[in-house]
Design a protein around this ligand. Structure first.
Ligand SMILES: [Zn+2]
Length: 266
């Protein structure tokens, strides 16, 4: 088996996780900027985090022969303070040209507040201005449908946004089709408790088709499983999907999306 893990917060994981991932066939890992497990108190905290994502973590992954890519932004969970957000966005140009940076993400909404929406729009503007791909986080549970609609409205109002270069992550049964209908990519996040189980993810693929969709584990500081993608591949096999279909979902699709940035090379 070969697969790409397109959304994992490796700064929160141990070397055992890296070893398990390469043993399972991981060919590359991509790390969107996210919360640090605590709220950072200043722009300097983000500066150090961006150094970690563009220098330290790629080197750590290299020790396991695993190519590591990252996405930069201020995440929705810390986007309530607009002044801090402006400061963080102002330092991103220093890092955007790094060899492993694929675009802006994971931006989006957390609790669908007015300030989160303002910061989301600022970062969509930034991505357009700098010709960057975009990775989007959608809110949890009861806020997901409303948040996804708000996000799609902002994107549709930006004429420079190319939907084929935007992935909207953490989709579920009630949001996947509205994302795909507008030409965006959809990410399905596999979590042991919340988000999507392995069985639900395979149902989603069977109902909504195999195009423009990727699976990810989004492993972080919470209860999560860095091997959720290969485990879901086994679930697909149990349900009668052939090797070509499995390879398409866990390797070819993420490769197709990510390769739109020439920096992504396997
Ligand atoms: Zn994430």
């Amino acid at each position: 088996m070969r697969y790409i893990e397109p959304h994992a917060h490796m700064v929160s994981r141990t070397t055992d996780d890296y070893q398990a991932m390469i043993t399972a066939g991981c060919a590359a890992v991509c790390e969107p900027s996210f919360w640090a497990g605590f709220d950072r108190t200043s722009v300097q905290g983000f500066y150090d985090y961006f150094l970690q994502l563009t220098q330290y973590e790629p080197n750590r992954a290299k020790k396991f022969q695993l190519p590591h890519y990252s996405w930069l932004c201020i995440n929705a969970k810390e986007a309530e303070d607009i002044k801090l957000a402006e400061e963080v966005i102002s330092i991103i140009p220093e890092f955007i040209e790094a060899d492993n940076v694929l675009g802006i993400g994971e931006i989006g909404l957390n609790r669908n507040t007015k300030n989160e929406l303002t910061v989301f729009e600022m970062q969509v503007d930034f991505a357009c201005k700098h010709n960057q791909m975009i990775l989007i986080h959608t809110p949890h549970l009861e806020d997901k449908k409303k948040g996804t609609k708000l996000i799609l409205d902002v994107l549709e109002n930006h004429s420079q946004v190319d939907p084929s270069k935007v992935i909207i992550d953490h989709v579920e049964e009630h949001t996947i089709q509205m994302v795909k209908d507008l030409g965006y990519w959809a990410g399905v996040t596999l979590y042991p408790d919340s988000k999507c189980s392995k069985a639900r993810a395979v149902d989603l693929l069977e109902v909504n088709g195999l195009d423009n969709i990727w699976l990810n584990c989004a492993c972080d500081w919470g209860v999560s499983d860095p091997l959720a993608v290969p485990k879901t591949a086994i679930e697909m096999k149990h349900r009668g999907h052939n090797d070509e279909t499995i390879d398409r979902i866990i390797f070819q699709n993420p490769n197709q999306f990510l390769s739109q940035n020439p920096k992504f090379k396997l």
